[in-house]
Design a protein around this ligand. Structure first.
Ligand SMILES: *Cc1c(COP(=O)(O)O)cnc(C)c1O
Length: 380
């Protein structure tokens, strides 16, 4: 089955749900037994509901994985993967420009709990072997990364990590399973903030994990059940509904991003444009090989690298709301230094190139002519 068909049909069989064409929202905390000791597919909602199972199965299918697991947020999904793979004394090698929330979780919660965290620039896979001493148990990747859209070569890094017996996790939020399937590139586990493109309508917070490995699945499932950071059925329903149009939406997000990136290149007030689809992007060739298209996010440096200049542009935009998050049908603008990466120390931001004059656009699915007009008046 092709992607768009899977997105609509996987995870739900109307015959199992009173012929309901759409997966029903099982708004119940418990399921009634006939007999003491009976083995039911669902018994208590923390362990699972039919609505959550439909979402978990659908995501697994889209990531070409055997198992899917849903969490109450992307961060809860990341936390579960880290807890299932790392114990005190272990080391995780994490991509230096990983999501700000992942950075905070690693440095503020895992490090004090005795896990060693090594941040590394993994844009050249040849830098990985030197980092893999015997204590490393996990390599944490994110491609493309936020907000500068750097890519890493997932297949090359996975081959190196596996040769040393180390697992590889990929945060696939920006690419979505429509553009990239990390398990097909030999990663061990994929996480998503479904809050973004999978939900797609900026109305739900949810996280997802997909993987093949049975033992790791059982360990992550144990965290899901024991810690209980699970999504409610209404939230699962919203993400299932969002996924049904993911293929259509992603095509439009990508079209709009390509047009906007080209437009920004010609703006005198713009110093530099970050977009994997541009031929001068340092990993453009990798992007063509590793992804189906280039994604819906474009970032840029203003020539005037001040918070005031960034603020002026963001406030003049009429169609782009100044907001955290991304991946919805509506276009958004983000000031990374104060918003998505506000939790990073200033010197870390400088090191990563997250300047005051950096703005990140999440291109929605509006008519691109209106978006270009809006950008033109805001940058003038
Ligand atoms: C938003 C985001 C997360 C965190 O997801 P939440 O649903 O907000 O908890 C993780 N990784 C990336 C790349 C994100 O953009």
């Amino acid at each position: 089955m092709k992607f768009a068909t899977k997105a609509i049909h996987l995870g739900h069989d109307p015959k199992a749900h009173q012929r309901a064409v759409m997966p029903p929202v099982y708004q119940t905390s418990a399921f009634a037994f006939d007999h003491v000791g009976e083995a039911l597919p669902f018994s208590y909602a923390r362990g699972g509901t039919p609505t959550r199972a439909a979402l978990e199965d659908c995501l697994a299918g889209l990531e070409n994985a055997r198992h899917g697991l849903a969490f109450s947020s992307g961060m809860a999904a990341i936390d579960a993967v880290l807890r299932a793979t790392l114990k005190p004394g272990d080391t995780v090698v994490a991509q230096a420009d990983c999501y700000g929330g992942a950075y905070r979780l690693l440095t503020r919660l895992l490090q004090p709990a005795g896990v060693k965290v090594v941040f590394a620039d993994l844009s050249d896979p040849a830098s990985l072997p030197a980092l893999l001493d015997g204590s490393v148990k996990l390599v944490w990747l994110e491609s493309p990364s936020n907000p500068l859209l750097n890519l890493v070569d997932i297949a090359a890094l996975a081959a190196i990590a596996h040769a040393a017996g180390v697992r590889v996790a990929v945060d696939n939020t920006f690419a979505t399973p429509y553009l990239q399937n990390p398990l097909d590139l030999d990663a061990d586990v994929v996480v998503h903030s479904a809050t973004k493109y999978l939900g797609g309508h900026s109305d739900v917070l949810l996280g997802l994990v997909a993987l093949d490995d049975e033992a790791l699945f059982r360990d992550i499932r144990l965290v899901q059940l024991s810690a209980g950071a699970v999504p409610g059925p209404q939230d699962c329903f919203l993400v299932l509904r969002g996924i049904k149009t993911l293929a259509l939406r992603m095509e439009r997000h990508c079209d709009n991003a390509e047009r906007v990136a080209d437009f920004l290149l010609g703006q005198p007030s713009v110093e530099k444009v970050f977009f994997p689809g541009l031929p001068d992007h340092p990993q453009h060739a990798l992007a063509k090989r590793q992804q189906r298209r280039f994604g819906g996010i474009v970032s840029f440096y203003l020539r005037d690298d001040s918070r005031e200049a960034a603020s002026r542009v963001a406030e003049r935009l009429r169609l782009f709301a100044l907001a955290e998050s991304l991946g919805g049908v509506e276009s958004l603008v983000n000031h990374s230094a104060t918003m998505s990466h506000g939790s990073l120390p200033p010197e870390k931001r400088r090191e990563l190139g997250i300047r005051e004059g950096l703005l990140r656009l999440s291109l929605g699915i509006e008519d691109v002519d209106d978006l270009l007009d809006d950008l033109a008046q805001a940058l003038a």
